[in-house]
Design a protein around this ligand. Structure first.
Ligand code: NAD
Length: 334
């Protein structure tokens, strides 16, 4: 049995997680789910947004599936704490168009790899007499590590080009280190094409010619912003999965939050969570099952009938999950 930690969290996090376990069950895998809590409701019960037991459990199991949490102002962010505690330094966010989705572009398939452990999200903020200051920490070690991760990812997945995104013309020292590290590590990968763009130009190219991208690697804040822009290119937050990867652990989560505006209505789109689940299966070396799941999701989207309101349908989260499970059964028998 492979043990995985399940953290449903709050709001629609719980609803899309129910969809994920339903679909996982239909794949009939040898998985043992161990539930743990984090987030707003957890804070109300225990006084902590991310209890030590939850962190300990994620370190012991083979992977973690995370729904979404509601932020508790002034308290630790559960997801940022987990990324730090498990040293999940690489955040992978695919930007892929699926047939049947009303999106800005129909032919996109690129991946953003975001450095997850430092940059402007290092948590080094201080009030000063004039206002406040945040420190943007960029180390050679983390820049080389994320560059190597991006090149390895490109090689493993048969991609051809890696683009580094930075702002080294203004952030000369910090992004100078990042850019130099990218090209230094890149020398070890002679078969891959390398290029670098400024982040502002990249934001424009996302809108004017996103087809040029294959794998992008960038620092924490730029990656966060560009990946939401990427989500907008291919149909919105309900569709975008992500993986947080370290040398020992992996945590998989939809990009969206707990969506209080639709919480409890049972209409959250489960696709981002299901695609995150597929990324987890790939990480656990269940390549066939991961592809089987993605193919089933793609078929349900293409068919366009049993879909949630954000995709123009009037079906529920669980209706859509059941449809994906049904599709998996059809694929298994064909
Ligand atoms: P959100 O992602 O929860 O929602 C933004 C909008 O997108 C809402 O209108 C929502 O209804 C819609 N939406 C999101 N996911 C959807 C889905 N699966 N199906 C259909 N519609 C969907 O962002 P928000 O409203 O800014 O944040 C709500 C709470 O979630 C906040 O407390 C925020 O801090 C937190 N948050 C948590 C995470 C996380 O857990 N990783 C990520 C982002 C936001």
């Amino acid at each position: 049995m492979i043990k995985i930690t399940i953290i449903p969290g709050d709001g629609i996090g719980k609803e899309v997680m129910n969809a994920a376990t339903h679909v996982l069950d239909s794949l009939e895998l040898n998985l043992d789910y161990i539930y743990a809590s984090a987030g707003y409701e957890c804070f109300q019960k225990t006084g902590s947004t991310i209890p030590d037991e939850t962190i300990k459990l994620t370190k012991k199991t083979s992977a973690t599936l995370f729904g979404a949490v509601t932020t508790v102002p002034g308290h630790k962010s559960a997801i940022i704490s987990l990324r730090k505690e498990l040293d999940l330094y690489a955040n992978i966010r695919p930007v892929k168009s699926y047939p049947g989705i009303n999106s800005l572009f129909k032919d996109l398939d690129f991946v953003i790899i975001r450095e997850n452990s430092e940059g402007l999200y290092s948590g080094l903020e201080d009030y000063t007499r004039e206002g406040a200051v945040a420190r943007r920490v960029i180390t050679r070690r983390a820049s080389e590590r994320i560059s190597r991760f991006a090149f390895d990812y490109a090689k493993k997945t048969g991609r051809k080009k890696v683009t580094a995104v930075h702002k080294a013309n203004v952030l000369k020292k910090t992004d100078g280190v990042f850019k130099d590290s990218f090209y230094k590590v890149g020398e070890e990968y002679p078969d891959l094409e390398k290029e670098d763009f400024y982040v502002d130009a990249t934001a424009m190219y996302f809108l004017t010619k996103p087809q040029i991208f294959d794998v992008l690697v960038t620092t924490n804040l730029f990656g966060d912003i560009l990946s939401d822009e990427g989500a907008g290119l291919v149909g919105g937050l309900g569709l975008i999965p992500s993986a947080n990867i370290g040398d020992k652990q992996g945590l998989f989560e939809p990009v969206h939050g707990s969506a209080p505006d639709i919480e409890g209505k049972g209409i959250a789109n489960p696709v981002a969570m299901l695609l995150s689940t597929s990324m987890m299966l790939k990480y656990l070396k269940m390549e066939y099952e991961a592809e089987n799941l993605e193919k089933a999701i793609s078929a349900v989207l293409k068919n366009g009938k049993v879909v949630t309101p954000d995709l123009g349908g009037n079906y529920s989260t669980m209706d859509m999950a059941r449809e994906v499970s049904k599709q998996i059964k059809i694929q298994n028998h064909s």
